[in-house]
Unconditional design. Sequence first.
Length: 114
Amino acid sequence: MKIVFSVEGESCSWDALIDPRLGRAQNFVIYDEASGSLERLSNTLNSDKEHGAGLHMAKLMLDLGADVIITGNGPGEKASAVLAKSNIEIYIGATGMSLKSAYDAYQNSELKKF
């Protein structure tokens, strides 16, 4: 399973902090549960977009084959409409948590499903 976290800054570790934004998050960290690997994906081009950041992010999540997205506040209206047609589950309420804390909260059903 691939879990994508919206993160602040450049870190690609379990200590990285969850960005409250999704479409305009600075970066994403992809956790592959099967291999245990973490990979950072830059979102700088998208974070500066005036329009369409959410739709671009939704397409990116589909292309990545994400199963779960963990973020702070969730996607906007247009991105929500696209993601709702997929099997991607979105969990919110992780703003300010480290990746490890957010992952643990997800595992313990402590995050709100969007």
